[in-house]
Design a binder for this molecule. Structure first.
Ligand SMILES: NC(=O)c1ccc[n+]([C@@H]2O[C@H](COP(=O)([O-])OP(=O)(O)OC[C@H]3O[C@@H](n4cnc5c(N)ncnc54)[C@H](O)[C@@H]3O)[C@@H](O)[C@H]2O)c1
Length: 422
């Protein structure tokens, strides 16, 4: 598993996997490690573990590598992130210390609040991409890997929209050579992975691989692609609650969400341009779940506000507040308040692991391009141009499990259930 960025999420994922395989901890939150899947009829009593049903890579077989602009090894980086207890980290210290970040492709114009010493130099962006490809090949040879997956778990870059250089692979490659400003660091990593036919997933809200040029490359080289932005914390809760309100046709006038967090992610998001990227990613879910065009009386003028406040004392332990103004029978107003004291990276790590294992499975199943069945894991799921993204967590889970059934030649489950009463 190649991780771009050895920050809070990456180190919590890596340390978690190492601790779990030593029997020191439990993989709570991971569908690949703990989830089951029902097969056949409800009366069949067949619900194997997903890990026994589909041929996933096993935790014992994983090796980790990555890049960061800081030189700290994975142990030191995990200490800085402050998510996991030193008592746990000390039990796996040698394994973590052995993971040292390779020099990064980084340009401060895309992440304003960061600067670090462990950065590559190159004559243009194509040269930097080639250096990453060399890193990928060296890592694979040195660790004797059969396969690789790459995930961007680096900082949130500034807000960008699709431009001419992103429209085709040919334009993009020219842009790399000309060091076009519209190609941020994350796109260079995505290009390097896809060029090597490796699955690539984006755990952050950056534009990254969500452009026609990189999707073309993914299809051409047989690379599965997924993103964007892991669905944790407040958005996870939003996509659990909103489908429930909608199912009962309760109206929503306003949804006010605010967060305080004090980790490095929070510091980066304190920059308005990086925050804009996150805001867009966080705000899209409700519109798609509520479908105001179909239910104008219930959701048309919903006021949806999202705030993130950088507050250092909290570290990775984020606090989110949601105030939801809802409307019931005959227009009577009600309120729902949610106060979520969560741990961001504890929620992110299991789904980073799942996304990596499923992307590897997708590659072996011959899938390439956007993997919409993995929407379950993302705040702003990548999707085909002609369809809207599916945000409802429960529909996403059904889609994921049906894809696994389909891959393995099992009957899809529709929940119709007529057969029990015929
Ligand atoms: N924690 C969560 O629950 C969560 C959820 C969804 C998305 N995310 C996103 O995941 C990303 C990582 O989050 P985090 O909490 O681990 O942040 P973090 O700041 O702890 O880690 C990010 C790391 O990426 C490194 N980095 C930045 N640019 C880089 C580059 N070009 N090349 C290599 N390394 C680079 C930074 O130096 C840093 O160490 C963020 O974009 C965040 O928004 C986090």
């Amino acid at each position: 598993m190649l991780l771009v960025g050895l920050g809070a999420v990456s180190t919590t994922t890596i340390a978690g996997v190492i601790a779990i395989r030593k029997g020191l901890a439990t993989p709570i939150g991971s569908l690949t490690q703990m989830g089951t899947i029902r097969l056949g009829k409800r009366t069949d009593n067949r619900s194997p573990k997903i890990n026994d049903f589909v041929p996933l890579a096993q935790l014992d077989d994983l090796v980790f590598g990555g890049w960061d602009i800081f030189e700290a090894d994975c142990y030191a980086a995990a200490k800085t992130a402050g998510v996991l207890e030193p008592a746990l980290l000390d039990q796996i210290r040698p394994e973590l210390e052995a993971i040292r970040p390779m020099p990064a492709v980084f340009d401060q114009r895309y992440v304003k609040r960061l600067q670090g010493p462990n950065v590559k130099k190159g004559k243009n962006k194509l040269d930097l991409a080639e250096q990453l490809i060399a890193d990928i090949r060296n890592f694979k040879a040195k660790n004797n890997c059969d396969r690789l997956v790459m995930l961007w778990v680096g900082s949130t870059e500034v807000f960008m929209t699709e431009g001419p250089v992103h429209q085709s692979l040919a334009a993009f490659e020219k842009g790399l050579e000309a060091s076009d400003d519209a190609i941020p660091s994350s796109m260079i990593y995505a290009y390097a992975a896809l060029k090597e036919g490796i699955p690539f997933a984006n755990a952050a809200p950056n534009l990254t691989a969500d452009v026609p040029a990189l999707q073309e490359l993914a299809r051409q080289n047989g690379s599965p692609l997924a993103g964007n932005d892991m669905k944790t914390g407040q958005t996870l809760i939003k996509t659990i609650i909103a489908p429930g309100l909608k199912a009962r046709l309760l109206g929503v006038r306003g949804w006010y969400s605010t967060n305080i967090l004090g980790n490095r992610d929070g510091e980066v998001l304190d920059d308005p341009e990086s925050f804009k990227t996150k805001e867009e990613s966080k705000k899209s879910a409700l519109d798609y779940i509520f479908q105001p065009q179909l239910y104008p009386e219930l959701y048309k003028d919903l006021s949806h506000v999202v705030r993130i406040n950088y507050y250092p004392p909290r570290g990775d332990n984020k606090e989110g507040w949601d105030n939801i103004d809802i409307v019931g029978w005959l227009g009577y107003p009600m309120q729902l308040k949610i106060n979520f004291l969560c741990r961001d990276s504890i929620l992110a790590a299991p789904i980073v692991l799942d996304a990596a294992l499923f992307m590897d499975l997708a590659k072996r199943a011959g899938k390439s391009g956007i993997q919409e069945w993995l929407s379950f894991y993302f705040k702003a799921p990548m999707h085909a141009k002609e369809v809207y993204p599916e945000h409802d967590l429960f529909i996403q889970l059904m889609k994921l499990k049906n894809t696994l059934r389909y891959m393995m030649g099992e009957e899809l489950i529709t929940h119709l259930g007529n057969e029990y009463y015929d």
